[in-house]
Design a protein around this ligand. Sequence first.
Ligand code: ADE
Length: 225
Amino acid sequence: MSAKLVMMRKIQVITLFPEMFSGVLNNSMMWKAQNQGLVEFRMINLRDFGLGPRRQVDDTPYGGGDGMLLMPEPLFAAVEDAKVYDPTAKVVIMTPRGRRWKQAIAQEWADGGDNYIFICGRYEGYDERIMQLVDEQVSIGDYVLTGGELAAMTIIDSVVRLIPGVLGGENSAAIESFSDGETLEFPQYTRPEDFRGMKVPEVLLSGNHALIAKWRAENSLKSEK
Ligand code: ADE
């Protein structure tokens, strides 16, 4: 028997609100992935790198404007701390200006074996000089969230569930996306066969696997893009 060496994937998150992540990362598949030693999450509180006795992390923009921007010093210090822990990790910043996230990229990141450091922006933005440290800018869609936390959680979930061994023995991750990321799930049914007069399509009860596969392909939702 040959033992296969599985590298634990490390994901670090720089955020002012680490507690936002605990519900998402400590339940269901994300919890299971950690429990199986397939992934490790490390939260870094940006406030710990704030300046002065009040641990300041933001300041007003040069040139004027209403908002407050995350200052470069705490952001650089937090990324440097994450790099001490994991020197080759890729640095990703969450921003609506970034590359649009999609299933095919989640698959690449899951297969690629890299570790990641996510920077979650807050308030009205951040000092642009942080981009010196950033490898990728990612957006989860054309809308503006209050901060990058929900976006980072979305990306982490979509990648981690594709890491081999995280989903159960069944190959449900591969089936559901048909690997091209453009074909979404087909409709599925479980017991009872007849629920309040709404019947399960006959073909799914037929046991004919070829027909079932054909029905599923025909009934898969196409992406609206
Ligand atoms: N931060 C704020 N809005 C965002 C979005 N749509 N995607 C990624 N990060 C964000």
